[in-house]
Write a protein that binds this ligand. Structure first.
Ligand code: ZN
Length: 182
């Protein structure tokens, strides 16, 4: 087949371990794909990437399990993969948006281990991100009087209350502000 742009004949090869496809679409600098078809002409390489969402999930799962601290670009990947805008993510982490941006761009050292773990938790909790984000944003660390924790089995599910009211709620479904919970 001829390329409409450069007029050259397009060649086709399979990306292999010896000749992988160095992918830049993810924003990660160290992603190499093998086993996929690559079409090539003077314009450059055009990969045929099957099941892109599955690929992106796989990359996220690998990053989530890496034992070392996440690098800036990896933090950005996981944040975007989990669907967090930068401002919201910075707010949840308790850092300024500028600081998050410097880390993601590699201009500043990584966050410490605690923030790194929190980032992974957020990325893991993609499906629950609204609830998790809301709860974490509301943690201010100010001392409070300890309240009692009451739990009630209503025949179908456990419900919780602070014991001072008959206001039972199911924590996973509650829309109560955290300040009204424990
Ligand atoms: Zn071409």
């Amino acid at each position: 087949m001829q390329c409409e742009e450069c007029g050259q004949k397009r060649t086709r090869h399979k990306a292999t371990l010896d000749r992988p496809y160095h992918d830049h679409l993810t924003g990660l600098s160290n992603v190499y794909l093998v086993g996929i078809a690559i079409e090539e002409c003077a314009c450059g390489e055009a990969p045929e990437i099957p099941r892109v969402p599955e690929l992106l999930d796989t990359i996220a799962l690998v990053l989530l399990q890496k034992p070392g601290l996440l690098r800036g670009e990896e933090i950005r990947y996981l944040r975007k993969h989990a669907g967090f805008p930068a401002g919201e993510f910075a707010q949840i982490l308790g850092v300024s948006r500028e600081h998050l941006s410097r880390v993601e761009n590699g201009h500043t050292e990584n966050f410490g281990v605690s923030a790194d773990r929190l980032i992974r938790l957020l990325a893991l909790k993609k499906s629950n991100r609204e609830l998790v984000g809301r709860l974490l944003r509301e943690i201010d660390g100010r001392p409070r009087r300890d309240q009692q924790l009451w739990l009630r089995w209503n025949g179908k599910r456990w419900q919780a209350s602070d014991g001072q009211s008959t206001n039972w709620y199911v924590p996973q479904q509650s829309n109560k502000p955290l300040s009204q919970c424990l």
